[in-house]
Design a binder for this molecule. Structure first.
Ligand code: CUA
Length: 262
């Protein structure tokens, strides 16, 4: 197995991608704000309970504190939420959902979820994915890769073993061949549904070498709980070495060889 279980403690998992500090900032700011609001409202409620408690000889009375003081707390909360949307949510959404890195500058990977595995395909040293065709899908070729396409000769497919170089953007094309799954790497703060019939781009930059875990975050059947994979983040040199070794043998030999498994 791996050391991934050591990545979790009482707080958030360690931060291992460029998305993690941004996501964690939002979690911390929102939790801090909710805690502050909870304390302030609690003090206010206790004050009202004491001030307007039932006392012998004192009739109920109405008091209005004025529109300004009534609306001030709501205005502060509204202002805070507007700031969050414009200075946190929109920049984050743009960075992680709109501004995809260029494919030629990225480690390109195709991931096809399947009950209950992650099929992970690398384009090999030529940087090109070979053609696929749903008609070619069978047990030994779950992605339907066309072996007659020259670009597919050095494509490498692993099951549940994701290898990445540190410090370079990763661009994943994510899909599913059966039901909706969800691709989740907690240490990267990356989570995206894998939807049949859609190819969803996912990107992030790993910032820390080590062993992490892919887990499926969408209930997808009886094997949902065991639908997991290993993530290894290497130095760029070690990644190139691994990729060269993995994609070296000819396609025929690889088809006959056992698939790398966890
Ligand atoms: Cu796949 Cu849950």
């Amino acid at each position: 197995m791996n050391g991934a279980s050591g990545n979790y403690g009482m707080g958030l998992p360690i931060q291992a991608s460029d998305a993690a500090p941004h996501i964690d900032l939002g979690l911390r700011v929102i939790h801090f704000a909710m805690f502050a609001i909870f304390i302030l409202w609690s003090i206010f409620f206790v004050y009202l309970l004491l001030k307007y408690r039932k006392r012998a000889g004192v009739a109920a009375q109405r008091e209005h504190m004025g529109l300004f003081w009534s609306l001030l707390p709501d205005a502060i909360v509204l202002g805070f939420e507007i700031l969050l949307i414009f200075f946190y949510a929109i920049p984050g959404w743009t960075r992680f959902k709109m501004d995809a890195p260029k494919p030629e500058d990225s480690t390109q990977i195709e991931i096809v979820a399947q009950q209950f595995n992650w099929n992970i395909r690398y384009p090999g040293p030529d940087g090109k994915f070979g053609r696929t065709d749903p008609k070619l899908i069978d047990f030994a070729n779950p992605l339907g890769i066309d072996p007659t396409d020259p670009a597919s000769k050095d494509d490498y497919v692993s099951v549940n073993q994701l290898h990445l170089p540190v410090g370079k953007p990763v661009l994943i094309r994510l899909s599913s061949m059966d039901v909706i799954h969800s691709f989740f790497i907690p240490e990267f703060r990356v989570k995206q549904d894998a939807v049949p019939g859609m190819r969803v781009p996912v990107w992030f930059t790993p910032t820390r070498e080590g062993q992490y875990e892919i887990t499926c975050a969408q209930l997808c059947g009886v094997g949902h709980a065991i639908m997991r994979g290993d993530v290894s983040v290497h130095t760029p040199e070690d990644f190139q070495k691994w990729l060269a070794e993995a994609s070296a043998p000819p396609a025929e030999a690889r088809a006959a060889a056992p698939i790398e498994q966890w």
